[in-house]
Design a protein around this ligand. Sequence first.
Ligand code: NAI
Ligand code: MG
Length: 337
Amino acid sequence: MKNIVLIPGDGIGKEITKAVTDILDASGANLHWIECKAGESAYKETGNPLPEETIEAIKKHRIVLKGPLTTPVGAGFRSINVALRQKFNLYSNIRPAKSLPNIESPFRAVDIVLFRENTQGLYFGKEHWVDGDTKNHAESIAVVTRDASEKIITAAFEYAKKNKRKKVTLVHKANILKLTTGLFLDIGKEIAENYPEIEFQDLIVDNMAMQMVLRPQQFDVIVTTNLFGDILSDLASGLVGGLGVTGAANIGDDAAMFEAVHGSAPDIAGKGLANPTALLFSALMMLEYLNQYRTAEKIRSAVYTVLQDHKEDCTKDIGGQGTTESYSEAICKLLIN
Ligand code: NAI
Ligand code: MG
């Protein structure tokens, strides 16, 4: 039995982690959940948004399934999501966005896997007031290193090779941010030479945003720096039905954390409206990471059947009439029978 650190998190976190652990348990996946606290709820309860016991549990078990964590806007504690990614050097943030059956969308046949550098860029956390207490002049520093760039770009190419993907698009802003994203682009060009069988393309981020909306089918694997990856992955979610249906993985050399692209959605928390598919797809990436491919496939196929044949049980964000619970029950029923 594999030990998994489970962090339910904030907002809709409790509802969706319950749905997902119910589904994984019903599928026969061989997992043991070790529940830990983090985020705003942990801060309110213990005074610490990232308690020492949670860090110790991750150090010991190395695999985390995490619900979303609220980060106060402006002042307050720094993002615990970013802190966890940095602390355990989870440099690869992998965010697939694939069209699903029976979900209304103006876009068809989208199948994108976005690799976002997860530890540096403008999210490094180097911000300060230039003018001290007057607070009228702020500065933020973006960090890009060869080592981290090589790791994420190589991860994207290796994924493309393993999964028989045809093209890698590197997204940057090297015309303006010549040193930071320029370095990222140069390293991409160097690494691309080791993969002659994979087409390599680079695009400037503003053009990329337009191209993804105009003709998303032209993209296959995408690799980019932290901030651009954050924004473009929400855009990619929007192409396939929204934030309720896109999972993600944060992977390092010796630890991995699986979480959805979306946040804690305070606007719908506690109302049974949250779609657990996003966290469920993250959990399927976890099962694949654990080489439990068959179980992952069994669950994916149950999700597709529910979307296709039991739409009324699905949550409202994807056109259903049900709740988080009715949707997860419909999936569990298929898995048990
Ligand atoms: P959000 O992703 O929580 O919500 C954006 C919109 O998508 C909302 O309208 C929400 O109702 C909807 N939505 C999100 N997940 C959904 C789901 N599973 N089913 C149905 N609808 C869903 O982004 P927002 O509102 O900007 O951020 C809220 C909080 O989450 C903030 O404190 C932010 O810092 C945090 N956050 C945490 C992340 C993480 O834990 N990895 C990622 C992104 C944001
Ligand atoms: Mg985001």
